[in-house]
Design a binder for this molecule. Sequence first.
Ligand code: T3D
Length: 268
Amino acid sequence: MPEQAANEPTILITKREGYRVLAFNRPDRLNAFNETMHHALRDAIDDAEADKECRALVLAGTGRAFCTGQDLNDRLAEPGENAVSRSTLEKFYNPLVRKLRTLPLPVVAAVNGVAAGAGANIALACDIVIAARSASFVQAFARIGLIPDSGGTWSLPRLVGQARARGLALLADPLSAEDAEKWGLIWKVVDDGALEDEVDAICRRCARMPAHGLALIKRALDASADNSLDRQLDLERDLQREASADPDYQEGIRAFLEKRKPNFSGRK
Ligand code: T3D
């Protein structure tokens, strides 16, 4: 594959009606992250969040990969030097995962091809993960002496249980999209040619739903990972009060009783 031009954007932004697609765009490196791409992604997410017309966000990859995590070309250290002391975890990966989880709109990972290293765990940090049948997920870290990061050690056991999380992390074998769906790691696998349409349909649907309600659902589900049932019940009470104070709730009820489609008010 020809070397990518230096001035080529590392994140391609496509604005669609009601949502945005942010595509990793370093295909010659299977969309591995360099600093420029980290900055571009952070700016693109902030920009999408600020745009109240944007009701869902998609992360995707150009070329044959979704994203393969850190660009390892930037990680060869001199003898005696600690490559990870220069690591971008604190600066980029951790804030990115926190941002995806707390963003007040649904984030969809459209996994078009291999998702490896931090690329796999960034996909898993999204709210809905849809993968093309030819895609795969690789916790590649153990192959190079690292541990799963970008939330992998947190999300994997919660999604697939300890036995499978340990197998994936320690053996670093690729998991096919079909198995990822069977294991409950992702929402859905679709034929390669159907990925874009499937993601488009989901985002359009999200864009018509009660925006504040969806944001509160994300908050409740995220908090549940660390809460007792007792604390979660209290949180549900509080968030339900907040949800029901939103005009969208009344619109939802009216539309149901009048047997018509609701017309929700959007992000405020
Ligand atoms: O340092 C810190 O800040 C800590 C943070 C760490 C976060 C991380 O993500 S660590 C994990 C980094 N990622 C990996 O270890 C994955 C590396 N890639 C692979 O293992 C394989 O490429 C895949 C299994 C994903 C796919 O294999 P395959 O055979 O389909 O493709 P390939 O031939 O290996 O890759 C194609 C090209 O992409 C190749 O370049 P070339 O030979 O055509 O010039 C390859 O070097 C390049 N590439 C793929 N992944 C990366 C990469 N180049 C740099 N960094 C990559 N991550």
